[in-house]
Design a protein around this ligand. Structure first.
Ligand SMILES: [Zn+2]
Length: 307
């Protein structure tokens, strides 16, 4: 996190760049995470420039805040955030330093992706004092393609309000995206149909929406609570559950502890599947569709090999 001296230096940088604008009058969009940035590119096309604050290999709950993020936020016309306190640990101080009313809470340039999403996991049972980072329900909803359509509509709506001259282009971008999701969803459902009811383990509670959409079951997570590191006692329980329920696959993202996942997999007779949710975390996964293709392909390979 930045100290005061950094903030003063940044104020100078902002003064230099604040009047700059994009050559073609494009809408300047910043998304907190690469998956939201990918949706913004699908909707906005050439009418927008899009930057993501988090790297594809960074945990969206714990992003390393940098001075350059403040400059990016200061210049933005639109900010897309996940919401549900996904970015609670790092975004608020950046926004405070960026001083940009266009992307303030409630502004037309502020998109909260959770708006309209039916959240899973009851937030009334959470206890932040114990470190649970899913304080407002589960914020990893984009791995359900139906949710991606809801977020895309929300983005298109805000783009049109912030940039009325390109409203028709945003509507067209949304229609194209929705049509492609509808086509691909049928394909993904067909590929995963043979594995309906399959039992999986995830490192973090980040695949619940995918499981719900495709009829899979997440029977355990290596973290005892979202954001809490696994303890030996908890992992021993997880291994027992995996053996008794015949769960032979552990889902892992790049920023999670691979060594822990591999140790559990070895003891439970399971395999670890690399299934990053962020575009760009793996080669050839630049778009939302690439990411979902990769997840479905990995699941089919991993679950197929267990038969
Ligand atoms: Zn989470």
């Amino acid at each position: 996190m930045m100290n005061i001296l950094n903030r003063i230096a940044i104020a100078g940088v902002i003064a230099l760049v604040a009047t700059a604008s994009t050559a073609a009058g494009q809408l300047r969009v910043v998304a907190t995470t690469p998956d939201l940035a990918a949706l913004a590119r699908e909707i906005g096309g050439s009418a927008v420039t899009v930057a993501a604050l988090a790297k594809p290999t960074e945990d969206p709950h714990f992003v390393d805040a940098k001075p350059s993020h403040i400059v990016t936020l200061n210049r933005a016309d639109v900010l897309i955030e996940g919401g549900a306190e996904l970015e609670l640990g790092w975004l608020p101080p950046l926004l405070e330093s960026a001083r940009n009313a266009k992307i303030g809470a409630g502004a037309r340039g502020r998109v909260v992706a959770t708006d309209g999403i039916r959240m899973i996991e009851d937030p009334s049972s959470f206890d932040r004092s114990k470190g649970d980072v899913h304080s407002r329900g589960n914020p990893h909803f984009l791995v359900d393609p139906v949710n991606a359509k809801i977020v895309a509509a929300n983005i298109a709506n805000h783009f049109a309000q912030a940039d009325p001259k390109s409203a028709a282009a945003y509507r067209a971008g949304l229609a194209r995206f929705n049509a492609k999701v509808d086509t691909k969803l049928v394909e993904w459902q067909r590929q995963l149909a043979p594995y309906r009811g399959a039992k999986l383990v995830a490192y973090h509670k980040d695949f619940g929406y995918l499981a719900g959409r495709f009829g899979l079951q997440i029977v355990e997570t290596l973290e005892p609570k979202p954001g809490i590191a696994p303890s030996p006692a908890h992992l021993a329980r997880v291994i027992r559950t995996m053996k008794s329920q015949n769960a032979r696959v552990i889902l892992l993202q790049p920023y999670q502890n691979r060594r822990t996942a591999q140790t559990v997999a070895r003891q439970a007779g399971a395999v670890v599947l690399d299934v990053p949710q962020q575009p760009g975390a793996k080669p050839n996964t630049g778009t939302y569709f690439d990411v979902m293709d990769n997840i479905v392909r990995s699941l089919v390979a991993g679950l197929g090999a267990q038969r």
